[in-house]
Ligand binder design. Sequence first.
Ligand code: GLP
Length: 265
Amino acid sequence: MEIVVLSDPNAVADFAAARVCELLDGKPAAVLGLATGNTPLRLYAKLVELHRAAKISFREVRTFNLDEYLGVAPDDPQSYRSYMQRELFAKVDIDVSNTYLPVCGEHDDPRDASADYEGRIRDAGGIDLQVLGIGRNGHIGFNEPTSSLASRTRVKTLTADTVAANSRLFGEGERQPDMAMTMGIATILDSRYAMLLATGTEKARAVGAAIEGAVSAMCPASALQLHPNASFILDEAAAAELAGIEHYRSVHAENSRLTTKFGFF
Ligand code: GLP
């Protein structure tokens, strides 16, 4: 695991955007796994900026999002599809027909919708770079604690803690869903590179458990310990509970010398 501790959320976004840029430079038709939530907003803003400066193109890119609420129509402003349109897709040169979210319509059998999503990812050749955030309880995507580490795309019921954490995004009178379809943990582990971004003190405990705790279904992000090429890109606040922080800083300094010379991908 690569553990990168940076000064603040802007530095996290810059670092992550540079990784996306480097990937697309070498592979313009890359497949990106995307996340929603507050954390990646700065990353998407940075990617839009780079696109406007003609430094990055999404023309040949395909994307697969981690999750989508169940029973929320794509054009509902609260859907993750709307979020992606607003924050990234409508602002860059991506072909929207190459962007996918795990959607399960009201009349769809969730098992068919899940298998369909897994099949689409496989047909695209797998995910080259998966962006992840982390929930306060250690969830990735909507894989809540006790999610099987071997899980595939499926419907999950959100925990009360996750519903509470996300309630800030819903206005008064707006129905907040408590179910979602999410990529599974095994699906995430199949990505060729996974990049988990975390900022702020409220993530420090989950980040500590994911990196330095045991691999456990109780902390789904700890499954990244099984990923052959995963990075945790953290700001100081999110890294505050890491016992080995000084070691990670020196390893990162050494690694940076190598990646500057030879590239990361
Ligand atoms: C949400 C999403 C996750 C996200 C996490 C953290 O519920 N399903 O993909 O990473 O919770 O969100 P935030 O970045 O807003 O803290």
